[in-house]
Design a protein around this ligand. Structure first.
Ligand SMILES: [Ca+2]
Ligand SMILES: [Ca+2]
Ligand SMILES: [Ca+2]
Ligand SMILES: [Ca+2]
Length: 408
C-alpha cells in the first residue's frame, strides 16, 4: 500500500514538474519567435539550389515560410541580429521587409443583412461609368479576373455562377471563402450576375477567381500577395484587382509587379485612402492602373489618395454590392473604385483588339494597350487634361468598348 502510494506520488510529481518544464519551453519558443521578423530574401539567379537556400536560412537561425518563385525569393522569419550578415552572403541579392498590406476601406461598414435576395438594382456606380450601355457589345464574357483580397463568398447567390476557381495563399489547405466581406463586395462590383437578384457587376459575364491574400481583419503580407500574383500568372488570369495597399513599397514588391506585367496581367489597384496623402503601393507603380474614388456628383472622395501616379477615377462612395454570407452591404473606399476599372478592363478584353491600340502588332490586348484605351476614352474631370486627382478622368465603359459615348 505504501509502495503504491509512493509510486502514485512520484508519478504525479513527475507529471506536475514536466508540465511546468513544457510550459517554460513553450514560452521560450514563443519568446524567440516573437523576436523574429518576417522578411523576404531575394536570391541571385543560379547560385544556390533550393536545399542550399534552406540550409543558409537555417544557419542564420531563420525559419522558411514559403518560396516565392516569381521573384526568385523566399519569405522567412529571421532574428533581427542575423539580418546584416545574411544580406552579405554569397547568393543573396536583397533582404527586405515582408510588408503589411491592407484592404482599402476607410469608412465604417454598413452592411444590410438581407435574408431574402433583394430585387436586382443598377447601382449608381455601374450606371455612372455607362457599363450598362456597353453590355450590348461586351459583358466581359469568359475573361478571367483574379480578386486578390479577403476571398469571395463562394456560395453567394449573386456570385457563385461566376466563380471559377480560387486559391488561399495564406493557407493553401483552406478554401478561398471570404471571412471578412471586403473581397465579396469587390467581386460583386466586377462581375455580379445579371439574374434579377441583388446587383449587376460592370462585367457580368466575366469569370471570377478568389485569391485570398488578406485575413479576416483585412490585413495580409506582401509575400502572400506575391504568391497570389504567381498563382494568377500560372492560371492564365487576365485581370487582377488589388483593392489593397501599403504606404511603402520595396524591391520585392516592385520586382513581382514587373514580372506580372511582363506576363501580360492587367493590374488594377486602389489608390489608397490617405485623405489627400500619397498613393499607396502597388497602385503607385507605373505597371499598375491606380484608381482614385469619386462620389455621385463626380467630386473626388475626401478619403482618396492623390498624386501624379493616379491613372483613372471611378465611383467609390456609398457603393452597394454583395457581402459575405449571402448578404449585401454599402461600402466606401478606393477599394470600391478599383473594381469598377477591373470590370471595365474585362469588358475591353472581351472585344477584338483595336488596330490603333495594337502597338506591338500581336493581334492581342496587352496591359499597356488596355490602360491607354481606358485613359483615352475616360471622361475628363477637374482641371482640363490629366491631373493628380482624377488621372485621365472617370472611366467610360461604353466608349472604351464601342468607340462612341452617349454621355460625354
Ligand atoms: Ca444580380
Ligand atoms: Ca497588342
Ligand atoms: Ca468618354
Ligand atoms: Ca482632369
Amino acid at each position: 500500500m505504501n509502495r503504491k502510494l509512493f509510486l502514485l506520488v512520484t508519478v504525479l510529481t513527475f507529471l506536475f514538474l514536466s508540465s511546468f518544464i513544457l510550459l517554460a519551453a513553450q514560452s521560450n519558443q514563443s519568446k524567440s519567435s516573437a523576436h523574429m521578423k518576417r522578411k523576404i530574401v531575394i536570391f541571385q539567379e543560379n547560385i544556390l539550389n533550393e536545399s542550399a537556400r534552406d540550409e543558409l536560412i537555417r544557419k542564420f537561425g531563420g525559419v522558411k515560410i514559403k518560396d516565392l518563385d516569381l521573384i526568385n525569393g523566399m519569405a522567412v522569419l529571421l532574428p533581427p541580429q542575423a539580418e546584416a550578415a545574411l544580406a552579405k552572403q554569397v547568393g543573396v541579392r536583397k533582404l527586405v521587409d515582408d510588408l503589411i498590406v491592407e484592404a482599402q476601406t476607410p469608412v465604417k461598414v454598413t452592411t444590410k443583412k438581407i435574408p431574402v435576395q433583394p430585387p436586382e438594382t443598377l447601382t449608381w456606380g455601374v450606371d455612372r461609368i455607362d457599363a450598362d450601355l456597353a453590355w450590348n457589345v461586351s459583358k466581359g464574357t469568359a475573361v478571367k479576373v483574379g480578386v486578390l483580397d479577403t476571398g469571395i463568398d463562394l456560395t453567394h447567390p449573386d456570385l457563385k455562377e461566376r466563380i471559377k476557381g480560387g486559391y488561399n495563399a495564406i493557407n493553401p489547405l483552406k478554401s478561398a471563402n471570404d471571412d471578412n466581406g471586403h473581397g465579396t463586395h469587390v467581386a460583386g462590383i466586377i462581375a455580379a450576375t445579371d439574374n434579377e437578384i441583388g446587383v449587376i457587376g460592370v462585367a457580368p459575364e466575366a469569370d471570377l477567381y478568389a485569391i485570398k491574400v488578406l485575413n479576416r481583419q483585412g490585413k495580409g503580407y506582401l509575400s502572400d500577395v506575391i504568391e497570389g500574383l504567381d498563382w494568377a500568372i500560372s492560371n492564365n488570369i487576365q485581370v487582377v484587382n488589388m483593392s489593397l495597399g501599403s504606404s511603402s513599397g520595396n524591391d520585392a514588391f516592385r520586382e513581382a509587379i514587373i514580372r506580372a506585367h511582363q506576363a501580360g496581367l492587367v493590374m488594377v489597384a486602389a489608390a489608397g485612402n490617405a485623405y489627400g496623402g500619397a498613393v499607396s503601393y502597388p497602385a503607385a507603380y507605373p505597371e499598375v492602373i491606380a484608381v482614385s474614388a469619386t462620389d455621385a456628383f463626380d467630386n473626388l472622395a475626401s478619403f482618396s489618395s492623390v498624386g501624379s501616379e493616379i491613372d483613372l477615377s471611378a465611383p467609390g462612395v456609398f457603393i452597394f454590392s454583395t457581402y459575405k454570407s449571402g448578404s449585401y452591404g454599402t461600402l466606401s473606399g478606393t477599394s470600391m473604385a478599383a473594381p469598377h476599372v477591373s470590370g471595365a478592363a474585362a469588358n475591353v478584353l472581351a472585344t477584338p483588339v483595336k488596330s490603333s491600340y495594337d502597338w506591338n502588332l500581336n493581334g492581342a490586348w496587352d496591359p499597356d494597350e488596355v490602360k491607354a484605351l481606358l485613359e483615352d476614352t475616360a471622361d475628363d474631370l477637374g482641371n482640363p487634361g490629366p491631373d493628380p486627382y482624377f488621372g485621365s478622368g472617370l472611366v467610360d465603359v461604353e466608349e472604351s468598348v464601342t468607340g462612341y459615348q452617349t454621355n460625354p
